[in-house]
Design a protein. Structure first.
Length: 355
């Protein structure tokens, strides 16, 4: 059982985030992440259950206002799609991966986490033009050391999930790197809020959703069942405030606090919730920023159109290099997102904000 760790909020959430980042779970195979969260939260919640498609639903309290916090468990990765006579594996992408990051990347294959590598022809065998091209994923193969097709099929049949093997590490200045920070940072935020005090005026549902990276699917089912009065999606979002990137093209800045969304490719956020979040952050000295407009979506888009409609807003943790084998986040941003989420829930509980 995971008890709240001593030390600062950043220390505490960093320990949980390390476990979440190192766990593996692409869309449709989130079981390892789900069980880790269940173990952590079951002793602290009134009710914990897995729904029919794999969402983990955790309830705290039994107040009159039903609030849903959503964070998705699935990560981008690969799926075995076929086999060569040589024993090499063909694959398809699960989620929106950047193909530039794939060649030469070490991976873990299947729930047994067999080591493998994404192979590419040796550079000294390529002509000058081919060296300048990014090979499409259909030209890449995964090598697990199998000697022939039969051996490969036996240990990695079609549909076998493939994960990046990146391990979580702490860097300087409170920053961390690891795989799947989109959206294990959100999972850590929601878990930490659930581990906090119960609020008499709220029935709080922390929902860890499935299949966000392939179409916001889990959030749709969960929001229909939970039927919240309002909902927040807590997600990891792209940050590119690094040299060589046009500042107008990055949607958030690392180390500047949680990003409150105005709209994205799936939904226009509820202006009342957005303004309350910004007001609370300003009044309580929580650093925050607005997430610049983007065509990408979050679980807010999945929750928004359920039943009679759900007022929603996304609050995102900036992460560099998302949808790749390794991304980077600032624990200060994660902690500030927890503080802002708790302030928002407190304002609902005290009747200072209502819809």
């Amino acid at each position: 059982m995971l008890e709240p760790a001593p030390g600062t909020l950043e220390d505490r959430v960093g320990e949980l985030l390390e476990r979440l980042s190192n766990a593996c779970g692409i869309a449709g195979g989130e079981g390892e992440v789900r069980e880790l969260l269940r173990e952590a939260l079951e002793p602290h919640c009134c009710e914990v259950y897995t729904d029919t498609i794999g969402n983990l639903v955790c309830r705290r309290g039994n107040g009159p206002v039903r609030v849903m916090l959503a964070a998705h468990m699935d990560e981008v990765g690969l799926v075995v799609a076929g086999h060569e006579d040589s024993g090499l594996l063909r694959f398809k992408e699960s989620g929106g991966l950047d193909p530039r990051v794939l060649p030469g990347r070490p991976v873990l294959v299947g729930l047994a986490k067999m080591p493998g590598v994404i192979g590419l022809g040796a550079v000294h065998l390529l002509d000058a033009d081919d060296r300048e091209k990014v090979p499409p994923s259909r030209e890449l193969l995964i090598d697990i050391g199998a000697g022939n097709k039969e051996e490969a099929v036996a240990v990695a049949p079609p549909g076998t999930p493939v994960f990046f093997s990146t391990r979580f590490e702490r860097l300087s200045n409170g920053r961390v790197k690891g795989k799947a920070l989109d959206d294990r940072v959100g999972c850590a935020v929601v878990a930490e809020v659930l581990l906090g005090p119960e609020r008499d005026g709220l029935t709080l549902f922390g929902v860890f959703t499935v299949q966000e990276e392939v179409g916001l699917r889990g959030a749709r089912v969960a929001a229909y069942h939970v039927a919240p009065r309002l909902a927040l999606a807590i997600d990891g979002t792209s940050s590119a405030n690094v040299p060589g990137v046009d500042p107008s093209l990055t949607c958030t800045d690392l180390s500047e606090g949680p990003a409150i969304s105005v709209m994205d490719g799936t939904v226009v956020m509820d202006s009342r919730i957005r303004e309350q979040l910004a007001s609370l952050a300003s009044r309580h000295d929580v650093p925050y920023q607005y997430r610049r407009l983007t065509t990408a979506g979050t679980d807010s888009g999945g929750m928004f159109l359920q039943r009679e409609g759900v007022p929603v807003c996304s609050v995102s943790v900036p992460c560099r290099y998302i949808h790749s084998a390794a991304s980077l986040a600032d624990l200060g941003d994660v902690a500030a997102t927890i503080r802002l989420t708790n302030l928002f829930l407190d304002s609902l509980d005290k009747g200072e904000f209502e819809l």
